[in-house]
Design a protein around this ligand. Structure first.
Ligand SMILES: Cc1cc2nc3c(=O)[nH]c(=O)nc-3n(C[C@H](O)[C@H](O)[C@H](O)COP(=O)(O)OP(=O)(O)OC[C@H]3O[C@@H](n4cnc5c(N)ncnc54)[C@H](O)[C@@H]3O)c2cc1C
Length: 375
């Protein structure tokens, strides 16, 4: 029951082969919204669960779906459903969603880093996959080896995700086609054509957008869930992990959350009788450490300043978050180009350099700040 920290930024991280293969078989088609999605906080909090997963984003949805094959799971997500929202369901809403970054219920939350960089993060079931650039690629074999992951299991996990989420572009957009030619002319070689593998050189990759323009988010992976074992509670912001240190060891016993529907604070507990029960944080690289800090796990000085009772003095919580440095060049085209996300990438210098490009037309509802938020 110790706190298990999952701060995962890639789609694929499963810890149990058996769980994965059995869930891969569960391809029953459910109508959206899933019958186990709910806004009823009172009902969801009225029972205990083997696992409480905080954050229904890129990592949280597949994780909860997989766990539900054998265990009871509560998935808590602070945002709303991506289904029925044209901004998150269709790629044409991409720039709009990144422009509406102010308050709930918008699917993207804007923030500015201490260095003054404007950024966004997902606030919706599906998390980053509901608002991001929809470019999909597998990790390099080297990365998997360095992480000491089981390569066979990782590859099976990719297929599990790709079956529902990833699409080969039918054709390159005019801009992506010209960009691909430019990379080849500039010597970013070899050319691999279409591949999901991470390879040095130039390649066309997959998108999480299908041929009709519909975006597929990690929430779609809830199709793999066992509907009898899972509750997905939306509009529920976890405010604190409930900790118990009475045995001399710190244990997570549940989660306190606030429903944005009825504005009431609830407590929900994990099943105390099962030794495997856990609270799992998958609230993103900012949300997960934030929740630890709010729960009294972090640098004592900072917690004291904020008047938070200290459970565990852990100096590195909330520190060292980095985004890879990026240089963006925006060129105004003399011709009108269709808006289209990244389809082609050039990978150089042992994966230290990525060259990508996209085209978009500035529509009436997409202001310059939209582009700043994204870039
Ligand atoms: C604009 C943009 C474009 C991008 N483009 C791409 C791309 O093209 N390809 C690519 O591979 N990657 C892209 N990324 C990166 C990718 O989306 C992220 O790396 C990934 O989504 C992170 O996954 P995660 O599960 O760690 O967090 P998230 O997907 O952000 O999930 C965290 C979830 O936790 C929820 N949450 C947070 N706090 C709480 C709380 N207290 N209580 C309850 N719920 C909470 C959030 O609402 C969210 O749903 C992009 C990111 C952005 C912002």
């Amino acid at each position: 029951m110790e706190i298990l920290l999952f701060v995962i930024s890639c789609l694929l991280h499963f810890s149990n082969h058996q769980l994965l293969s059995s869930s891969a078989e569960a391809t029953q088609k459910l109508e959206y919204p899933f019958p186990f999605m709910t806004f009823d906080a009172e009902k969801a909090a009225a029972r205990t669960y083997d696992y409480i997963v905080v954050g229904g984003g890129t990592a949280g949805c597949p994780l909860a779906a997989t766990l539900s094959q054998h265990y009871s799971v509560l998935l808590l997500e602070r945002g709303d459903s991506p289904y029925g929202n044209p901004d998150t369901e269709d790629i044409s809403g991409f720039f709009k969603v990144l422009g509406d970054v102010s308050e709930f219920p918008y699917a993207a939350q804007g923030f500015v880093s201490e260095e003054g960089v404007q950024l966004v993060r997902g606030r919706v079931l599906g998390g980053g996959t509901a608002i991001n650039g929809a470019f999909y690629s597998r990790a390099s074999s080297e990365f998997i080896r360095n992480m000491e992951w089981d390569e066979k299991l990782v590859n099976e996990s990719y297929e599990w995700v790709e079956k529902l989420n990833v699409f080969q572009p039918e054709k390159l957009s005019r801009w992506n086609s010209a960009f691909k030619d430019a990379l080849l002319e500039a010597g970013v070689l070899p050319y691999h054509g279409y591949t999901l593998d991470h390879l040095e050189g130039t390649k066309i990759s997959g998108l999480t957008i299908d041929s009709t323009g519909r975006r597929h988010t990690s929430a779609d992976l809830l199709q793999y869930a066992n509907p009898d074992n899972i509750v997905v509670l939306l509009n529920a912001t976890a405010t604190r992990i409930l900790l118990d240190s009475s045995s001399g060891m710190i244990k997570a016993i549940g989660v306190e959350f606030m429903s944005s529907i009825d504005k009431i604070s609830y407590k929900v507990l994990i099943n105390q009788l099962s030794h495997w029960s856990e609270v799992i944080l998958s609230a993103g690289p900012i949300g997960s450490p934030q929740l630890l800090l709010l729960s009294g796990i972090g640098p004592s000085e900072q917690l004291e300043e904020l008047n938070i009772t200290i459970f565990l003095d852990l100096n590195n919580v909330g520190k060292g978050i980095k985004d890879p440095p990026r240089t963006t060049i925006i060129i105004k085209s003399p011709e009108t180009l269709e808006s289209y996300p990244v389809q082609v990438v050039g990978i150089l210098k042992n994966s230290q350099v990525y060259i990508e490009s996209e085209s978009y037309s500035i529509q009436e509802n997409a202001t310059l700040s939209t582009y700043r938020n994204y870039h």
